[in-house]
Design a protein around this ligand. Sequence first.
Ligand code: SF4
Ligand code: SF4
Length: 236
Amino acid sequence: MQSPAKDKLPEAVESFLLTVKILEESLKSLPENVDGAYYQALEKALENVPAVHQAYDRYISAALVADGKNITCKKGCSACCRHFVTSVEPFEILALHLRIRKSEQYPDQLFACHSRVTKFDQLLKKEGEDPEAEDRALYRYFLRGAACPFLKQDGECGVYENRPMSCRMFFAESPPRFCSGKEVVSPWNKNFQVELPDVAEEALARCSALLDNLELPVGLFSGVLDANALFGKYES
Ligand code: SF4
Ligand code: SF4
């Protein structure tokens, strides 16, 4: 017999799939040409993203309980917010961009995104082109300790409600000091990611494919820069 915690997982997956389906249907109705009308329709479609994130969080909570994880993550703990955030869905980049574009901090955040992307690109170039080059560049970037442009002084995420799933899925079962600097590769570090089942990954991929025409990168910081370049002119 399954544990009660494991029983909740299928329900959480179903609920997540439903929210992704609603987003997918709204993205299907976007006009063909990327112009002001497209941007207006996109804004409307992106209203469905928070529900996807909320359902995702419910799935994550259910998965953590089902797997018996004893996480050490706490509010304001932010050593992990020094990673170069990647594997972000295009609709997440666009929804985040919509949320931040009118804030006072937006120009500074854009500059910070630019400096992070420039640094990462330099590191990647130095690593060559073998299959592990990107992993080494990501590690070297992390060692530099540059905070995410959206991290607040008090260690809390400044875009918590709109942070991408790649941030939401990342946890530790070890003390936070093992999430810092070179400790991340020590045997005492117990960082882990909660994976979605294949059926949910496939649904996300279908949804994101509807935004392929925008050619957004998978990196959060470069994605925000591209969203600004694409849509800044349509924003009032
Ligand atoms: S992953 Fe590590 S640094 Fe990030 S919140 Fe959890 S314990 Fe803190
Ligand atoms: S978006 Fe938020 S949670 Fe993600 S790395 Fe940046 S500050 Fe941390």
